[in-house]
Structures are given as C-alpha cells and as structure tokens.
Write a protein that binds this ligand. Sequence first.
Ligand SMILES: Nc1ncnc2c1ncn2[C@@H]1O[C@H](COP(=O)(O)OP(=O)(O)OP(=O)(O)O)[C@@H](O)[C@H]1O
Ligand SMILES: O=c1ccn([C@@H]2O[C@H](COP(=O)(O)O)[C@@H](O)[C@H]2O)c(=O)[nH]1
Length: 236
Amino acid sequence: MDKPKYKRILLKLSGEALSSDGEVIDPSILEQYAQEIRKVKDLGVEIAIVIGGGNIFRGAAAAKVGIDRVQGDYMGMLATVINGMAIQAALEKNGMFTRLLTAIKMDAVCEPFIRRRAMRHLEKGRIVIFGAGTGNPYFTTDSTAALRAVEIEAEVVLKGTRVDGVYTADPEKDPTATKYDTLSFAEAIAKGLKIMDTTAFTLCQENEVPIIVFDMNKPSNLLNLAQGESVGTLIS
Ligand SMILES: Nc1ncnc2c1ncn2[C@@H]1O[C@H](COP(=O)(O)OP(=O)(O)OP(=O)(O)O)[C@@H](O)[C@H]1O
Ligand SMILES: O=c1ccn([C@@H]2O[C@H](COP(=O)(O)O)[C@@H](O)[C@H]2O)c(=O)[nH]1
C-alpha cells in the first residue's frame, strides 16, 4: 500500500455542497464522500472533519428574516451538528469508526469537545467530526477548521468544496476568473479572496498549517492529496 504524505489531516467539507435537486442533504453525495474518505482512512491517515452548515442555515441570513445575528449564528452552529450527524451515519455505514464532538454540549447525541479526547480518538483510528463550530457567534466553520487543525496538530487543512481551487474571483460568479496553483497566505488575505475568511487564513498562517482547496466531487482527489500529489490550490 502507498505511504501517505500526512499522518493527521483536517478535512473541511462544505455544507452547501451536500444539497442538490432541492434536497437539503442528498444521500448520494454523503455516500460518495464516505467512500472517498474511506480510501484515505485505509492508507492509515488520522482524519478529523469539520462540516459547514450553509445548506441549512447561515447566521448572516438571519437578519433578512427578522432574527438577530447572534441567534442566527447559534442556529447555524446547530445546522452543522445535523450535517455532522449525517456524515457520521454515512461513514459508519461504510465501516468506519467515528465520534462526533461538539462545541455546544448535547449529551444525548454526542460528546463535548475536549481536545485531549479528540486526540485520543484520532490515535485510536476513529474519525473525529467537530460539530457546532467554535461554539461562538461571529465565526464560521472555515475558522473552526483552522482552529481545530491547530489544536489537534493536523499537518494540513484540506478544504473540499465544489470548485477545484482558488480563483482570482468567485468562479461561480465570474467566468473569466483564473485558478491559482499556489498562493501565500499574505496574497490570499491581501487579495480579499472569498474562498475562506481572513480569520481562518490568519490562524493557519500564524501556526504554519497549509491549506489546500480542492474539488471534493472529483473521485480520488482526496486520496491523491493524501498521497502527496498536487491537486487544487495550495495556500502556505
Ligand atoms: N476566489 C475564489 N476562488 C474559489 N472559490 C471562491 C472564491 N471566492 C468565492 N468562492 C466560492 O467559495 C465556495 C467554496 O466555499 P465553501 O466550500 O466554504 O462553500 P460554502 O457554500 O460557503 O459552504 P458552507 O456550507 O461550508 O458554508 C465556492 O463554491 C465558490 O463559489
Ligand atoms: O464557530 C462558528 C461556526 C459557525 N457559525 C454559524 O454557523 C453558520 C454555518 O457555518 P458556515 O461556515 O457558514 O457553513 C455560519 O454562517 C454562522 O452563522 C458560528 O456562528 N460560529
């Protein structure tokens, strides 16, 4: 079996990318993600996952429906727990052992986030899913991914999304945008690229954790990355 490049990774999955054809969570996408994650697990890589909540609720949308921002952010954090439970179920269906740890206590459904427990689960080969973001409003799950990656000493943040890397502008809005193969954190921040928020970039920059943005929908992209191939855009 090929040797993986990384011992421990933090995989950030988009919540929004889970939905399709009017379904909030499309089971076929969950299944596909689980199969891709399984390939990397089988290499012996320790995997932690942060999943977004954009398919269900984002705090920024709250004001438009008369809900204050902080309340909306807590709703968004709860949305990430629903997605976390969904990916947990898909991973377990595919034979992987998992733990869901949340930043907001929910004793009936998961463990609270305790860094040492998270590390222990990873050492034992369980896939750890971090739910409820940072537990604080005004943050995002990208910032959560950066924070948890630093806390658990992950070697890289792999941001799996529905675009194949970082572009000069949002490629879903600007068809003339061109893709970067590599970028420095300073460039990503200075150019105001909206692929991730500045807090996430800064945390990773200060703690020297590289980020790779890649297309999670392309089969074996995640596996190829885990084996050290160049895929997507590397920010370091
Ligand atoms: N410069 C850029 N390069 C690439 N993608 C960009 C850029 N700016 C904005 N984007 C957008 O960022 C999206 C990827 O981010 P992400 O995976 O976090 O999606 P999301 O919809 O915000 O998901 P979530 O549910 O996690 O909030 C892409 O779908 C793309 O439209
Ligand atoms: O630490 C956090 C993480 C998330 N939120 C809220 O949840 C939603 C969903 O997360 P996305 O990253 O947008 O997928 C986010 O919009 C925030 O409203 C939070 O408050 N704190």
